[in-house]
Structures are given as C-alpha cells and as structure tokens.
Design a protein around this ligand. Structure first.
Ligand code: S3P
Length: 734
C-alpha cells in the first residue's frame, strides 16, 4: 500500500507498526530514522529484519520519496521532529503519529507550520506493553485494538482514509473523533489509572522500605499496579501534555475517595455496598464489550453414538421462575433470599438489568442470592440501554414493567432476540397508553417512554397462548389505573401469578382470566426455585430412548402448566414415575424416575402444546425413535422461538436420515429409530443443540452439532452432566 514508509523512532510501537505493515503487505520498503543515541536500537531493528535500512541524523534522505512518515517518538519530542521535517516537507507525503495525546500534537504542528498542514493525520493506537525497545515489538500488537484518528477540520480526507485503511489492514478497530474528545476519554481511562497506579506504589514503596510490606502482596496488588511498571519519562510527558483534562479528574477522584472515607468513618455499609456494587456492574459493562468476540466463539458438540443414561441428577433451576424471582424480589419491600437460581446467561441478563436500575443484588453463588427490594416505585433510570442477550422472557416482561415507570429505557438483545416479534406485547401495551417504539418490523430495540401514572387497565383476550404476553400485561397492570385482565386461549405457565401471590400481591384468577390492579404492594418472601422441567426434558427423552437407562431426576418443578412433556411421553409409552410429590414455596415439586421403553408414535393432543412448548425439539427426537408416526399440529409458536424450531429441527433430522416433514404449525415424523450420524446446526438455539446431542444416544454413527455456545443461556452444566450420566460428548471451542 505504501511504497516507502519512514518510521521516526523504531521502539516498541514503531517496531510493531513496521512488523505488522510488513506481515500484511502494507509497506514495500521500510526505513528507520533516529538520532545518535538510537543507533544501537536501529542496528538491532535492521538485524531483526524489522526495517530495511536506517538513517542517523539525516532526515532528508530518510524521508525522501516516502509516501508515509510515521512519527513514533514520545509526545514531548514531536514538536522538535516537526521542526526537523519542516525544511524537507512534501505535499505528496502523509505524516502521521502514534502519540498518546492528540491536542498537544496538533498544537505542536500549528506552532511549527503556522497552521496544521492538511497532510498531517494524527492518530493513536490504544495498545502497548510495559517493555520498550524494538526487541519487544510484536507483529500482532494492534489486532482487535482500538485506533483513534483525530483529523483537524481541514485535514485531507483521502489521507485520513489511507491511514484508516493502513491500520485496519493489520486488524485495528479504527474510530475517528476530534482531538479534544480523544484527550478527555484517554485522560479518564488511561492517564488517570496510570497516575493512580504510580501514586499507590509511590506511597507503598516508601512504606515497604521500612516494613517490607511487598513481601506479602499478592495477585490483587500485582494486577492493580501493573501499569506502574510503564516508562516514567513517557508518562511524565503524557501527563504534561494532557494536564488540562487530567487535573479536574484528579479532583473528582479525590472527592470519590473522600466519599468512601466518610462512609467508612460513619459505618454506612449499605452505601459502601452500593458504591462497590455499582462499580462491580459498571466494570462488567466494560468487560461485556470484550465478550462480543468471546461469545461469538464457536462451540461444537461432538457426540459419540450410543450409550445409556444412569444415575441421579439435579438439573439447574427453573429459568422462568429465576427471571421472575429477580423481577418481583426487586419490586418487593424488604430482603428476598433466592435458592436454586439458574446461573445461566438468560436469567443473569435479567439480574444485570435490575442492577442497572440500581437494585442491590448480592451474589449469586451456588444458586443463592439476596435481593434488597426497592419497592414497587423504587427502580431508578438505567444509565445505559438494558442489554438482554438471548432472553425473550426478559425483554417481554420488562417491556410491561418499564412502560409505567417514571423514566425512559431502551431494551436491546442479541441477533436472535432482535429478530423476534415484540408487537405481541407492544400492541396491547399501547392500548393501555404505553409509548414503546420498535423497528419497522416490530422487533427490538424497544424504546420505552415511561408513562408513570398514565397507564389504564384493559380487558385483553390474548390471540395466542403466551405466558410472556400474559406476564407482561400483569406487570404493566400493577402500574395502571383500574383493573387489567388477561384471558388466555389455553392455559400457559402461571409462575408470575403464583409468585405474586407468594409476595402477598392481590391477583384474581377466574377460569382463564387473570386480573390485577395497582392497589397492592409486594412484601419480600424467600424463594426456592425447583429444577427446570424444560432442562429435565432432555434426560426424560434420553433415558426413554436409550436402552438400559434408569435415571432419577431430583427436585423437578411439576407445575401442571409445565408438565406437558411428561403427559406426551407417557402417551407415547414412556416409563416415568413421579415420586415424592411435595410443595415448595407455592410450586409443586417431585423426583422423576425414568427408565427406557419402546415408544410409539402418537397424534399429540393440541391442548398439551402450550404445556410443553419448550420441549418440542427433544420431543421430535423421541418421535424419531418411536414406532410409527407422530404428528404435531397447533404449534405455530415454535416458529418464533430462539430459532424457527419447526424448520431447524426438520432440517437437522433429515440430515440424520429421519423422515421428518415440517408443516406450517408442526411436524410429521415417521419413527422407527433409524437415526444416522452427520453434522447438524443448532442455529444458535440452546434447546436444538441439546436435543440433537440427545439423539446421539440412538444414532448409528457420531453426530456433530454446530453453534452450541447458547447452551449457556439455559443450561451451562449440560455437557458435563450428560457426560456423567452416560453420553459421550466432547465440547470443542474455537
Ligand atoms: C416463558 C414463556 C414461553 C416459553 C419461554 C419462557 C416464560 O414463551 O417458551 O421459554 O417464562 O414466560 P411464550 O410466552 O412466548 O410462549
């Protein structure tokens, strides 16, 4: 791309640019330039092949015919470099730099040239290491790192574009902004932390000389002070160059420390906890940015065919109840302790959303957490969009709750969630007076204008059997004038109603109609979340289809609005015993013993569809193993789940040699148990990934399931548990 690239200052950064430019074919000939004192470094650079040639104190020849000159010296020296360049300046060359402050670099150019030349493109790669010198240079230093270009208003656009492409060429993430904005951001997130690290080690270093405290310092101290190993001269120069931005930040930090000092001195541990908890969640927000590449890390399950499931297991907590425990616990007055909470991405997205609305939630650890309820009117405006990942339940329920709050909010989600229908909630909410904007397609992001005190109750007959829509309207109804009633066309899960009753909130149930009003408050109540029957379903089917299986699933929630999977499997001839039935916290619970049996195909009764709505992916696998035909209809809702579960399951089953014909609202499967091997994709749908893994128990050859990362949304332990119980599954991350 550049025929001749001249690098002034071939240290860690300059050397890394040279290496990356060469490795990516972005510079044909690379020349180094330095002063007398740089000679050894430049010789080394040449010996290492980082540069092709170098010049000492002869800037004229160094830059002659260069199409790009890159200044990689400390910020304090850049004005002197511009002075040296002035007599040999060329309008055909692009001059760029890598300095950590940008206002000072542009000001230096202005002082030397009278105005900032239009071929100066100031830039800053946000990457580095504590080491210095060309030996430390790294070819991959800038991959996935931010690079900020700060052009002046009159900077040549073509030159900016070239510098942008140059950095993008070796994997940097390029942004363009004005120099002042750059400096204020960097002052806060780079310069201030360096000052803090230097200050702490300065103070403690003096103590150490007297009392050897460092001898006992461990990882926390090492992590916090890593950047105090950086070059002191360079950091002195950076601080000097950006002092305007840094000084007010030091004042703010002083005030923050004074606040913490005051809280401690006054034993105000509640506020101290709030401060730490806010910082903890803010840091998580920072880390989440890096999660994007990690989450998009692909996970593949390799399943060796055969095996049987034996032993005892307790699958993780119920997802629907875990979401609701956070929501209602947050709105309650008092402290709610939750046991059995599902520590998986979906429920954690709800938890994070409530932390973002200033609810203190301690832990979770081993499924236990504590919610310091803020009361029905105690939520605070989130500072940022609420990101709900893959979780439809979080988004739909929150839309109802947030419609009547005294603040605005924005709900976002991942690719799958951003494609799922939201009109089913926004339309009835609009009838209540809510103001929620969606995309043209009726999908997220949802832009919610809070209408506190302005919602009106409605009497709504749901067009589809959806617990999420019902729960959304119940939550909105708790903030509406008058009564809000929802009638469902068929029974759906009633965890919201049960848990509200558990929190002493009045809920009226008359047949298929549920009614709430705003008159009432939630009183904190402890919650024991049972195991999720939707996660147990994989094992109910697995043990049924794999000969010789005998499995005991402990403490499973058997709420009658959720047990369709047991009913359907029993109609197919499964051997499932419901043992030790009891009630825990208002929800029925039992242990389920399942032994293998020869299943037979059936026409699935339509009234069972909403009661087993999440279990169809694995029920299709059961149907493939059954004698005869299984027919499902009335299940069009499956088309709008985390994936189109009718199409995706039919495609995968066909790849495995199963005669599976998708219909508009279900599927027709000819059973017989002849499942072959092959590679199928889950399309990022957790339940599809687990269903095809279970198919491996009866397959005649190995099965590979692609795109399984989202198993973490509902059942992170799946791969380990299924292995322990008898399925040979290997998880490959790439
Ligand atoms: C859920 C309701 C169901 C279900 C989802 C969880 C809930 O969705 O599929 O996994 O917690 O309310 P629908 O309401 O869309 O049927």
């Amino acid at each position: 791309m550049f025929n001749k690239l001249c690098i002034i200052g071939v240290g860690l950064i300059g050397g890394s640019v040279a290496k990356a430019a060469r490795a990516n074919g972005l510079a044909h000939h690379i020349v180094g330039y330095g002063r007398e004192q740089d000679v050894v470094n430049l010789q080394t650079a040449k010996q290492l092949g980082v540069i092709d040639e170098f010049y000492i104190d002869d800037i004229k020849h160094a830059v002659q015919n260069a199409d790009c000159v890159l200044i990689a010296t400390p910020v304090a020296s850049i004005e002197a470099i511009f002075q040296q360049l002035k007599p040999v300046w060329s309008a055909d060359t692009i001059y760029t730099d890598v300095g950590s402050t940008k206002v000072s670099v542009l000001a230096a150019a202005e002082r030397v040239f009278g105005d900032i030349p239009d071929n100066v493109v100031a830039a800053h790669p946000i990457a580095g290491a504590e080491q210095s010198g060309v030996e430390a240079a790294l070819v991959d230093l800038f991959i996935h790192k931010r690079l900020i270009i700060t052009p002046a208003s009159h900077t040549n656009a073509e030159a900016v574009q070239k510098i942008k492409q140059f950095w993008q060429g070796f994997g940097a993430l390029v942004s363009v902004m004005d120099a002042q904005h750059h400096d204020s951001i960097l002052a806060a997130t780079s310069h201030l932390p360096h000052i803090l690290a230097f200050a702490l080690v300065d103070m403690l270093g003096h103590k150490d000389e007297k009392t050897e405290i460092f001898k006992y310092a461990a990882g926390g101290f090492r992590d916090f002070t890593r950047i105090a190993s950086s070059d002191p001269t360079m950091w002195k120069d950076i601080c000097a160059a950006n002092k305007q931005e840094i000084l007010p930040l030091i004042e703010q930090l002083r005030a923050e420390l004074a606040k913490i000092h005051g809280l401690l001195a006054n034993d105000d541990y509640q506020q101290l906890f709030s401060t730490f908890a806010y910082a903890n969640s803010a840091r998580q927000r920072f880390l989440n940015q890096f999660e994007v590449p990690i989450m998009s890390k692909s996970i593949t399950f390799h399943i060796q065919n055969g095996g049987k499931l034996q032993g005892e297991a307790r699958v993780p907590g119920d997802k629907s109840m875990s979401h609701r425990s956070i929501m209602l616990g947050s709105l309650a007055e008092g402290v709610t302790h939750v046991k059995g909470f599902l520590e998986a991405e979906d429920a954690l997205a709800t938890l994070q959303a409530f932390r973002d609305m200033s609810v203190e939630i301690e832990d979770p650890v081993n499924g236990e957490l504590t919610i310091h309820g803020v009361g029905k009117h105690g939520l605070k405006a989130p500072k940022n969009d609420l990101y709900l990942g893959n979780s439809g339940t979080s988004m739909r329920l929150l839309s109802g709750l947030l419609a009547g709050q005294p603040f605005n909010s924005v709900l976002t989600g991942d690719k799958s969630l951003s494609g799922r229908p939201m009109k089913r909630v926004t339309e009835p909410l609009a009838l209540m007076g809510a103001d929620i904007k969606t995309t043209e397609k009726g999908t997220a992001p949802l832009y919610i204008t809070g209408k506190a005190g302005q919602l009106n109750g409605i009497d709504y007959v749901m067009p589809m059997a959806s617990a999420q829509v019902k729960s959304c309207l119940i939550l909105a109804g708790m903030y509406a004038q008058g009564a809000t009633s929802v009638t469902e066309p068929a029974p759906t899960r009633d965890h919201t109603e049960r848990m509200l009753a558990g929190f002493s909130y009045p809920v009226k149930q008359e047949g298929s109609k549920v009614t709430v009003t705003a008159d009432g408050k939630l009183t904190a109540a402890d919650i024991d979340v049972p195991s999720d029957i939707s996660s147990a379903a994989f094992f109910l089917v697995g043990a049924s289809i794999a000969e010789g299986s005998d499995l005991l699933l402990k403490h499973v929630g058997i709420n009658p609005t959720r047990t369709g999977v047991i009913d359907i499997l029993r109609l197919m001839g499964a051997n499932i015993e419901v043992l030790n039935e009891r009630e825990v916290g208002g929800e029925p619970v039992a242990d389920l013993r399942v032994r293998s049996s020869q299943l037979k195909g059936i026409d699935i009764p339509e009234h069972l569809v909403p009661l087993a709505i999440d279990e169809f992916p694995v029920l299709f696998v059961a149907a493939a193993c059954a004698e005869g035909q299984t027919r499902l209809s009335g299940a069009e809702e499956l088309r709008v789940k985390e994936s189109d579960r009718i199409q995706v399951m039919a495609d995968g089953l066909q790849i495995l040699g199963v005669d599976a014909v998708p219909t508009e609202d279900g599927m027709i499967i000819q059973g017989g148990g002849n499942i072959g091997g092959g590679t199928v994709t889950s399309h990022g749908d957790h339940r599809i990934a687990m269903a095809f893994s279970i198919a491996g128990l009866r397959a005649s050859a190995p099965i590979t399931v692609l795109d399984c990362a989202n198993v973490n949304t509902s059942f992170p332990e799946f791969k380990d548990l299924v292995k322990r119980l008898g399925l040979d599954l290997v998880c490959e991350e790439s």
